[in-house]
Design a protein around this ligand. Structure first.
Ligand SMILES: N[C@@H](CCC(=O)N[C@@H](CS)C(=O)NCC(=O)O)C(=O)O
Length: 205
């Protein structure tokens, strides 16, 4: 194995897709390994923490945790600030995206439709708007978090906003972050980024 291998489920979302996007934008040739759902139970106990994404590098033990993978890619390929303070700021936003996923994720496993609706509506009323405003307060008036250039933090924010605006999270309005113009600007800047567009075109065929 000489190329990096990014291992995740075979769908274009969440933690795995943001790592694929980071690798694609970095220009590195990588193996995009997609695990069928049926193969996951056998693989799960062999992964570091029982979850994906996983990044494998030649001669090294696999790395788990999406933010660690993103920061590694960012540092290697110029998609993460070199300044320690700026880097910590970007990482705080990335952790906050994970916090959101940990709030919404459990609702994916609620089988009772009425209970699911109630849990999601509650998140849409309070947690998510507050999350958006907390992020909004920290953002500047630039296309990306760090200014004019894209970084891994922007991919992470893009993926989370895209999840809601795409309408796939039932019972949470697609407008949930409409009151966050700065966050939406980052979402648009990432959507329009040439590297992101070329990845989407390549993988949607
Ligand atoms: N904190 C971890 C969470 C990883 C995680 O929960 N991954 C999900 C997919 S997005 C997963 O592997 N789910 C299958 C399972 O837990 O069995 C990260 O950021 O990578």
């Amino acid at each position: 194995m000489s190329k990096p291998r990014l291992i995740y489920f075979d769908f274009a979302g969440s933690r795995g897709e943001e790592c694929r996007l980071a690798l694609h934008l970095s220009g590195v040739d990588f193996d995009d390994v997609r695990i069928p759902g049926a193969d996951w139970p056998a693989l799960k106990p062999k992964t570091p923490f029982g979850a994906m994404p996983i990044l494998e590098l030649a001669g090294k033990a696999p790395i788990a945790e999406s933010n660690a993978i993103l920061v590694y890619i960012g540092r290697e390929y110029g998609l993460h600030p070199k300044d320690n303070y700026e880097a910590a700021f970007h990482e705080s936003l990335m952790s906050y995206v994970e916090e959101l996923r940990h709030q919404v994720g459990p609702t994916l496993r609620i089988s009772d439709e009425a209970q699911k609706r109630a849990a999601r509506e509650e998140l849409g009323r309070h947690y998510l708007p507050t999350w958006g405003q907390n992020v909004e307060k920290l953002l500047g008036d630039h296309p990306f978090v760090g200014g004019a250039s894209i970084n891994v933090v922007d991919l992470k924010l893009y993926m989370i906003v895209r999840w809601f605006v795409s309408g796939v999270v039932d019972h949470i309005p697609t407008t949930v972050f409409d009151a966050c113009p700065k966050l939406n600007r980052i979402y648009r800047s990432v959507s329009e980024h040439g590297g992101v567009k070329s990845w989407t075109e390549r993988t949607s065929k």
